[in-house]
Write a protein that binds this ligand. Structure first.
Ligand SMILES: CC(C)(COP(=O)(O)OP(=O)(O)OC[C@H]1O[C@@H](n2cnc3c(N)ncnc32)[C@H](O)[C@@H]1OP(=O)(O)O)[C@@H](O)C(=O)NCCC(=O)NCCS
Length: 191
């Protein structure tokens, strides 16, 4: 049974046309979180460029939405050509929603997506000194072993199972319905 997310938030995959929402979320991160997310201080221009290039067909971004606004994200980017066995994962939660379990929920969804794509190695895009990220990783030790020295984690269950694919599909159909409601409510507000 999954814990309810804070502030009635929902997690769903971002659509390819939602790059602006992802960019705006990353721009809202405070200096410390931005540093943690990108492994150093980066400019607003860097973030805009990063989002424009990273949201390709292969990248899977799960978003945490509160009242239709993206407040957290988990990114899974396969490294190399199609059917890559390695991917990079990165997480970002805006400060008021940190330490409330959102990172754990996003990591869970990201791991499921990684598993279903046959990814065996996950590079965690964060500094070895990021204690909270390490704590988060420790919770998933049964599924994933992390080496923060070299910043690599290994997905323990390498093969997708029918159940794991179904879990992702079910999660997406829920996300899809929520996304439709979100679009509708924005249309109503705009009208
Ligand atoms: C790192 C980050 C993704 C973690 O997400 P989160 O939603 O804050 O983390 P969670 O609430 O799921 O907590 C995960 C675990 O971290 C630990 N933790 C939570 N808050 C903590 C704190 N303030 N200090 C130390 N450890 C903490 C706990 O062990 C927690 O597990 P528990 O709640 O079962 O005890 C998030 O804080 C964030 O976006 N930080 C800024 C960007 C960043 O550093 N990204 C990582 C680069 S990939």
């Amino acid at each position: 049974m999954q814990q309810p997310l804070p502030d009635g938030g929902v997690i769903r995959k971002l659509w390819i046309g939602e790059a602006d929402r992802y960019r705006d979320h990353l721009l809202r991160l405070d200096a410390e979180s931005r540093h943690g997310r990108f492994g150093g201080g980066v400019s607003d221009e860097f973030i805009a460029q990063y989002v424009a290039t990273t949201l390709g067909l292969n990248t899977v971004v799960h978003g945490y939405f509160v009242d239709g606004v993206l407040r957290g994200a988990g990114e899974l980017r396969p490294l190399g050509p199609a059917f890559a066995r390695e991917a990079e994962a990165a997480f970002s939660i805006e400060t008021p929603w940190q330490s409330l379990g959102v990172g754990s929920a996003l990591l869970e969804r990201t791991l499921l997506a990684a598993r279903n794509r046959g990814i065996k190695k996950l590079h965690m895009a964060c500094l070895a000194s990021n204690r909270r990220m390490q704590e988060l990783a420790r919770k998933f030790q049964a599924e994933l072993t992390f080496d923060f020295g070299s910043v690599v984690g290994e997905v323990a269950a390498p093969r997708p199972t029918p159940l794991s694919v179904l879990r992702e599909a079910v999660a997406d159909s829920h996300g899809f319905a929520t996304a439709m409601l979100d679009v509708q409510s924005r249309m109503i507000r705009a009208g």
